[in-house]
Design a protein around this ligand. Structure first.
Ligand SMILES: Cc1cc2nc3c(=O)[nH]c(=O)nc-3n(C[C@H](O)[C@H](O)[C@H](O)COP(=O)(O)O)c2cc1C
Length: 217
């Protein structure tokens, strides 16, 4: 899936032609690029709260993400409710049905571990992005929003992990009840979660890129 052809065919020089990845950025030209290059998914968290000021920054950054038509369709549920997060994390875990394969040995995921009980990895903060039901740009809006927040978290020394299955998790009776208790309007549906916490470790498996992911004309 990741390999448009058999071997690199990228011609040297500019403008680039053919298929191939550009050279890896050896030294980030600024702090923002450094954050984007260095960020890794964190699934091992310390049993510590997230600094409230940092959390406000992350959420503000999420709200200010680019959004389709300037409609600001995404709304956020930020939960620091330990019981609610555990309940939803277990539901999300039970909904995981994609088989087990090695995503990360340093930060093992539900995909790596049969029997993990909390798909939110006991993170102290779970942010869920909701969008209006039937909104054409729902996955894109939610993806941009969550990407902004995870990069913001990393830049503040915090770890985060995107967690899928949010729509199905919030479609359960327990999920619906929680959304209603939190004041999320009924005509919004959950798109994606971002779990955030203080990293227990920032260890990560080396990130090699699949080759030939870029075609140049
Ligand atoms: C759309 C999307 C869905 C993801 N879903 C999950 C998930 O349900 N559980 C999980 O542990 N990680 C999830 N991840 C995290 C990916 O596994 C992770 O980003 C990927 O392995 C690359 O690692 P990196 O973020 O350290 O570069 C998801 C990431 C994205 C972008």
């Amino acid at each position: 899936m990741n390999q448009p052809n058999e071997g690199p065919t990228l011609e040297g020089g500019f403008p680039r032609r053919g298929i191939g990845n550009p050279p890896h950025v050896a030294e980030a030209p600024n702090e923002t690029i450094g954050t984007l290059l260095d960020r890794r998914t964190i699934r091992r968290f310390r049993d510590e709260p997230v600094d409230p000021g940092c959390l406000d920054v992350i959420v503000d950054v999420g709200l200010r993400a680019a959004n389709a038509g300037g409609c600001q369709a995404p709304i956020l549920l930020v939960s620091q409710d330990v019981e609610a997060n555990l309940m939803l994390g277990r539901i999300s875990n039970d909904l995981y049905d994609e088989g087990y394969y090695p995503v990360s040995s340093a930060q093992p995921s539900t995909a790596c571990m049969a029997g993990r009980r909390n798909a939110f990895y006991d993170a102290p903060v779970v942010i869920t992005v909701f969008t209006p039901r039937g909104w054409s740009y729902a996955p894109l809006d939610a993806g941009v929003c969550v990407a902004n927040m995870m990069n913001a978290a990393w830049s503040l020394g915090l770890g985060s992990c995107v967690v899928s299955r949010a729509a199905r998790t919030f479609a359960t009776d327990a999920g619906r009840g929680l959304a209603a208790r939190a004041g999320i309007p009924d005509d919004y549906e959950a798109q994606v979660h971002l779990v955030v916490g203080v990293p227990e470790s920032t260890d990560a498996d080396p990130r090699g890129l699949y080759p030939n992911r870029v075609a140049w004309l």
